[in-house]
Design a protein around this ligand. Structure first.
Ligand SMILES: Cc1cc2nc3c(=O)[nH]c(=O)nc-3n(C[C@H](O)[C@H](O)[C@H](O)COP(=O)(O)OP(=O)(O)OC[C@H]3O[C@@H](n4cnc5c(N)ncnc54)[C@H](O)[C@@H]3O)c2cc1C
Length: 318
């Protein structure tokens, strides 16, 4: 048997060096414990914490991105305008890790059908209300009559136009939809009654609809929040989750204004082109006659891809 002098030892006396900030620090949430936006009748999204929470006076939390990036690029000038240029460069070139240095924690109340879409964003840390432990509150998603949407004819996954309430048959269908949602009232009464008679909460909840509200704390870094926002603020996302994404963006924008500006410029407002689309544009540019004769189409017989190219052409003014 060999013995070693290495191995667990009692910790040495550790000394902590304290560094005072060069300038006074300010709270990025302005001293608030919670910044909340109501969403729909019963929902909300509230920003409850941020990292960094304290930043040098006159700066925004964007400074944490610059601080991290400068580890790779070395010390540069610290002028705000140059910080903005660096953040925009990082965003354009998808140098993403510095954006992970910022984190936001939200408290959210949303219908379960929204939560199901939201939870797919796996990079967040989540703690959800337990319907095994607690009784589901009497809160259900219920849009206004003029917000009831028809099925989109072109997008199987989406609703589009609202029903025309001036057309009697359409108004009746929209009203019938709301009546169908209202059935939840009697279902909720049965839910509570069954629990009163001893049925467990974990089983009783199985009869509740996905319009019931759940709540969670959701913490995520800025890189993945921006990814969430780019998917969920997009017109292809369901309107109900889009409303939460818009509110989330409004909450973080004053705290990381440079990042959100860069996100709007280089991600949200951008158009991603496929190789086929680049070739189609090249064809259009080579010959102005091509545009007149309707050429400049992509070399694909996939109708969905052609429709997407049509939408991009419109945005590009081609
Ligand atoms: C309009 C729309 C329609 C959708 N329709 C459907 C649908 O019909 N059915 C369906 O199932 N989903 C659907 N989704 C969900 C979608 O497929 C994604 O699951 C969701 O948008 C989360 O995206 P994400 O994976 O990029 O996000 P996150 O989970 O936050 O991940 C961010 C990135 O981190 C990395 N990452 C995360 N986890 C891992 C891991 N375990 N291993 C390796 N890398 C990881 C990946 O690079 C990933 O892109 C839809 C989403 C949208 C926006």
């Amino acid at each position: 048997m060999t013995t070693s002098t290495e191995g667990p030892t009692a910790p040495a006396q550790l000394s902590i060096t304290r560094t005072e900030p060069e300038s006074p620090l300010t709270d990025v949430m302005g001293g608030a414990s919670r910044l909340e936006i109501k969403v729909h009748e019963h929902g909300f999204i509230a920003l409850v914490d941020a990292m960094p929470r304290l930043v040098p006076e006159g700066q925004t939390a964007d400074s944490a991105i610059v601080q991290a990036a400068r580890v790779s690029y070395g010390q540069g000038t610290k002028k705000v305008s140059e910080d903005r240029g660096l953040i925009r460069y990082l965003m354009r070139h998808r140098h993403t890790t510095p954006f992970e240095m910022i984190e936001f924690k939200f408290h959210v109340a949303m219908p379960i059908f929204v939560a199901r879409q939201w939870i797919r964003h796996r990079t967040a840390n989540v703690n959800e209300y337990s319907a095994r432990y607690s009784i589901v509150p009497d809160r259900f998603y219920h849009p206004a009559l003029d917000a009831v949407r028809k099925q989109s004819p072109s997008n199987r996954q989406g609703g589009e136009e609202p029903f025309d309430l001036d057309a009697p048959d359409q108004a009746a269908t929209a009203q019938d939809y709301l009546d169908y949602l209202d059935h939840v009232e009697s279902q909720y009464a049965r839910y509570t009654s069954l629990m009163d008679r001893g049925v467990s909460r974990e089983l009783a909840r199985a009869g509740l609809p996905v319009s019931a509200y759940t709540e969670w704390y959701w913490k995520c870094d800025l890189h993945n929040i921006l990814r969430f926002l780019s998917l969920r603020m997009d017109a292809h996302a369901q309107k109900e989750i889009r409303d939460y994404a818009d509110a989330m963006c409004a909450l973080i924008e004053p705290i990381v204004p440079i990042s959100v500006e860069a996100f709007r410029d280089y991600e949200l407002g951008s158009v991603r082109l496929t190789r086929l689309e680049v070739e189609a544009i090249r064809e259009l540019k080579l010959s102005t006659a091509a545009a007149a004769t309707g050429r400049g189409e992509i070399d694909s017989d996939n109708t969905r891809e052609q429709r997407e190219w049509g939408e991009k052409r419109k945005r590009l003014g081609l």
